[in-house]
Write a protein that binds this ligand. Structure first.
Ligand code: C2E
Ligand code: MG
Ligand code: MG
Ligand code: MG
Length: 281
């Protein structure tokens, strides 16, 4: 009988599953080594004020310089490090490195004083006991003022456990850190909750920005998100701005900020002072 009905439902084990499991195990081992050997590095993508194209912030984006595979992007290892728990160490390293970098640039250049560093948090970091103390310790150790750090969380992360998330976000606000909802529009968040979280900024997901000039439906979504954010007293950053036409449209909607290849790709830290210093701009 098993053989007769051995179609899709019976395929409980396939060689590809073993392969996948082995790949995951290897990745876990590699991540362990990466943490010991300093194989991670950060790139920084500028966030610009849309009406005058002035630099207002950077988003820190992690990369992995793998000895055999070359540069590996975060979507390939952040989810794995979330499931193994290694995200706690990766996340702490990212936070400290990003804060250290902006603190150093601020010393070099007075023009960096108003600039804010965005750092992505993962779901597991948000629910980690001691996160607030960790953030406070990193700020103390690096000397970066709390107002210069903005932590990015997603709607989905907030809605997993809204009451606990709200508590953590409130404590982060108390120490002076700013907060941002990333990839807005792609998750499932309840508007009544949104209004309760102590958020400063909404980032409109790049999937809406990408099509806003050609598809009226997407334009209307961006328009509605900007209006919603403003009515809640939040400012808005558009992700994935690639064309001047998008910048103009977003600017006409009074969207404050933009991030994307139109302005700059993410750049290595050592290039930042030259590119965005007094001589660069
Ligand atoms: P995200 O936070 O939404 O970051 C924006 C992503 O869009 C980045 O991809 C960035 O390189 C890309 N991007 C920027 N401008 C443009 C554009 O004009 N067009 C297009 N098509 N893409 C653009 P990246 O660096 O591969 O990061 C992917 C995701 O990985 C991030 O999405 C974030 O969720 C996560 N991530 C990155 N670094 C970290 C980290 O340190 N910790 C955690 N937990 N997650 C991270
Ligand atoms: Mg982000
Ligand atoms: Mg994003
Ligand atoms: Mg995104």
């Amino acid at each position: 009988h098993v053989k007769e009905h051995g179609g899709d439902g019976m395929a409980v084990f396939q060689p590809s599953m073993l392969e996948q499991a082995m790949n995951l195990m290897q990745l876990e081992i590699d991540l362990h080594r990466a943490l010991d050997n300093n194989e991670f590095f950060l790139v920084y993508q500028p966030i610009m004020s849309l009406h005058d194209r002035k630099l207002t912030g950077f988003e820190a984006l992690v990369r992995w310089n793998h000895p055999d595979r070359g540069i590996v992007g975060p979507s390939e290892f952040i989810p794995v490090s979330e499931s193994t728990g290694q995200i706690h160490q990766v996340g702490r390293w990212v936070l400290a490195e990003a804060c250290r970098a902006l603190a150093a640039w601020r010393k070099l250049q007075p023009s960096m004083r108003g600039v804010v560093m965005h750092v992505n948090l993962s779901a597991r970091q948000l629910s980690q006991p001691g996160l607030v103390e960790q953030v406070a310790a990193v700020l103390r150790e690096t000397g970066l003022p709390a107002r210069c750090l903005k932590l990015e969380v997603t709607e989905t992360m907030l809605m997993e456990n809204p009451d606990y998330a709200n508590l953590v976000l409130r404590r982060l606000k108390e120490i002076g850190v700013r907060l941002c909802i990333d990839d807005f529009g792609t998750g499932y968040s309840s508007l009544s909750y949104l209004q309760q979280f102590p958020i400063d900024t909404l980032k409109v997901d790049q999937s809406f920005v990408a099509r806003m000039c050609r598809e009226p439906g997407h334009f209307k979504i961006v328009q509605a998100v900007v209006a919603l954010a403003h009515s809640l007293g939040l400012d808005v950053v558009a992700e994935g701005v690639e064309e001047e036409e998008q910048r103009i449209m977003l600017s006409e909607l009074s969207c404050e900020g933009g991030q994307g290849y139109l302005f700059s790709r993410p750049v290595p830290g050592e290039d930042v002072p030259g590119l965005f210093g007094p001589k660069g701009h």
